[in-house]
Design a binder for this molecule. Structure first.
Ligand SMILES: C[S@@+](CC[C@H](N)C(=O)[O-])C[C@H]1O[C@@H](n2cnc3c(N)ncnc32)[C@H](O)[C@@H]1O
Length: 436
C-alpha cells in the first residue's frame, strides 16, 4: 500500500466522518482499496472508542453511534426500533427425514394452526405472529427479567426463575407482567404464591392470557416431541441451504450448540456422512445431542472443545465444509426489549470471531467451504471478519444465491437479512472457499 494512497483515503475517510457520519463513512470505505478497508475499519474502531470515552457517552449510545456511522443515522434509528418488534412470521424447520412439509402443514392446519409453507425453502414453514394487542396494567404486578419479558411479549407463560418481584398479588389474582423498565408485556393469572415462586424457583408462575404479540407454541405438541420440527429462523435455514451440504460430506460445526445448523446440515445430507458438532462445554454439547436424538439423526457426533484450537482434536485438511456461527452481538434477534451491548463488546466479539478463521482454514480440505454467519448486522462482526478471512487467511469469498436480501456493505459478497426491509431477524451469511 503506497503511503500517499493511504493518507489520501484516511483524509477522505475522517473528513467525511466528521462532516456527516453514516453513509459518508461507508462511501469513504467503499472507495478504499480492499487492503485499506481493514486498516480503515481498525481506525474507525479506535476513533469510536475515543469518541465514546471523550464525550462521556453511555455505552449503549456508543453502540448506536457506531451503527449510525456505518449505516446512517435514520437507518440505525429505524433498525433499533424495528428489532423491538417480532417479525410477522415465526419459522419452524420441518424434519423432512421424518415427514414432508406438505404433510406437516396439512396435519397442523387440521388442528386449527395458522401454518404456511415458505415458497423458497422447502423445509421452512411458518406460523403467523398476531398483534400488537393492547395489554392493561393491573393492581397486581409481576416484574420479570428481560429474557422472560421478551418471551412473554410473544405469548409465553412466566416461569418462576424469571420473576424479579411480585407486587400486590397472591395466587389466583389477575396480574400485569412487566419488564424491568416497567413496560407491560402481558396479562395473566398468578398461579403460585409469591413465597413459593421465590422458594422453589421452579414451575409456572403466571398463566399468560393476553400478550402484546402472540404466536402458537408447539413446544408441548406431539410434532415437537416426535422430532418432526426444529425451531429455527428463516435466515438460519437459508445459511445452511447456501452451504448446500450433500450426502456423504464431512462437516464440522465449530460453534454448534444448540444444534440448529448442525442438525439442519445432517438433514440435508440425508443423515449420510458425518457432522461433527463442537461446543465449549459439556452442557452445551448435551443440548446438541438431545436435539439430534429427538430428530432421530445418527450422522451427528459431538466434541467438547475450544474450537479456536480444534485442529488438535480433528486434524487438518479433511472436512468438506465448516460452519462457523460464533457468539455475536445478536442485534438481529427479535423481539429485543433491552440491549445492554456496548461498542467495546463489539470490538471484543469481532476479535474473538476472527480467532476461529485460521483453524477453519486448517481443517478444511482444499476447495472446502466455510459458512460464516451471525445473527447481527454489525459490520465489524460481519464484513470486517470476511475481509480479514480473505486478506489475511487466504479464503476466496463466494457469491450467494438467495434472492431479495440486502447485499453486505463494502461490496462483500453474501447476504444481509435486514429487519427494516426483510421482516426477519437480522442475519449475516457469507460463503468462503479454501483455495484449491
Ligand atoms: C450463536 S451460538 C451457535 C448457534 C448454533 N450454530 C445453532 O445454529 O444452533 C454460538 C455458540 O458458540 C459457542 N462457543 C463460543 N466460544 C466457543 C469456542 N471457543 N469453542 C467452541 N464453541 C464456542 C457458544 O457456547 C455458543 O453455543
Amino acid at each position: 500500500m503506497q503511503v500517499t494512497v493511504a493518507f489520501k483515503s484516511l483524509f477522505k475517510f475522517f473528513g467525511a466522518a466528521q462532516r456527516a457520519p453514516g453513509h459518508t463513512v461507508l462511501l469513504a470505505l467503499q472507495a478504499a482499496s480492499a487492503r485499506d478497508k481493514a486498516m480503515l475499519f481498525a481506525l474507525e474502531s479506535v476513533y469510536t472508542v475515543c469518541m465514546v470515552a471523550l464525550t462521556g457517552l453511555r455505552l449503549e449510545e456508543g453502540f448506536a453511534r457506531y451503527l449510525a456511522r456505518f449505516l446512517g443515522l435514520s437507518y440505525a434509528e429505524e433498525l433499533l426500533r424495528k428489532v423491538q418488534e417480532p417479525p410477522t412470521r415465526y419459522f419452524l424447520r420441518v424434519n423432512t427425514l421424518k415427514v414432508s412439509s406438505e404433510r406437516l402443514v396439512e396435519e397442523l392446519r387440521a388442528e386449527g394452526y395458522n401454518v404456511y409453507k415458505h415458497p423458497l425453502v422447502p423445509e421452512a414453514v411458518f406460523l403467523k405472529v398476531e398483534g400488537p394487542f393492547a395489554v392493561r396494567e393491573h393492581a397486581g404486578k409481576v416484574f420479570v427479567d428481560y429474557p422472560t419479558a421478551e418471551s412473554c411479549y410473544v405469548g409465553a407463560h412466566v416461569y418462576a426463575p424469571g420473576v424479579l418481584k411480585v407486587v400486590g398479588a397472591s395466587a389466583g389474582d389477575t396480574v400485569s407482567v412487566h419488564a424491568p423498565d416497567g413496560r407491560v408485556v402481558a396479562e395473566g393469572v398468578l398461579v403460585m404464591e409469591p413465597e413459593e415462586i421465590f422458594g422453589r424457583r421452579r414451575g409456572k408462575a403466571v398463566e399468560v392470557t393476553l400478550s402484546v404479540y402472540r404466536v402458537a407454541s408447539l413446544r408441548d405438541h406431539r410434532v415437537f416431541k416426535e422430532g418432526l420440527i426444529y425451531h429455527q429462523s428463516l435466515p438460519s435455514m437459508v445459511a445452511v441451504r447456501e452451504l448446500s451440504p450433500e450426502p456423504g460430506w464431512s462437516v464440522l460445526d465449530m460453534c454448534a450448540s444448540p444444534g440448529g445448523k448442525a442438525t439442519h446440515a445432517a438433514q440435508l445430507m440425508q443423515d449420510e456422512g458425518e457432522v461433527v458438532a463442537v461446543d465449549r462445554s459439556e452442557k452445551k454439547v448435551e443440548a446438541v445431542r438431545e436435539n439430534a436424538r429427538r430428530l432421530g439423526l445418527n450422522s451427528l457426533k459431538t466434541i467438547v472443545y475450544d474450537s479456536r484450537y480444534i485442529s488438535e482434536a480433528v486434524g487438518s485438511n479433511s472436512f468438506d465444509a465448516v460452519i462457523l456461527d460464533p457468539p455475536c452481538s445478536a442485534l438481529g434477534v427479535r423481539p429485543k426489549l433491552h440491549y445492554p451491548r456496548s461498542f467495546t463488546d463489539v470490538l471484543r466479539l469481532s476479535n474473538y470471531q476472527r480467532q476461529f478463521l485460521s483453524e477453519a482454514y486448517k481443517v478444511l480440505r482444499r476447495g472446502g467451504i466455510l459458512l460464516y454467519s451471525t445473527c447481527t448486522i454489525s459490520p465489524l462482526e460481519n464484513e470486517w471478519v470476511v475481509i480479514h478471512a480473505a486478506e489475511k487467511i487466504g479464503f476466496e469469498v463466494l457469491k450467494t444465491k438467495y434472492p431479495g436480501v440486502r447485499r453486505p456493505l463494502l461490496g462483500v459478497p453474501g447476504l444481509l437479512f435486514d429487519p427494516v426491509t426483510n421482516d426477519t431477524p437480522g442475519f449475516f451469511i457469507a460463503l468462503l472457499k479454501k483455495k484449491s
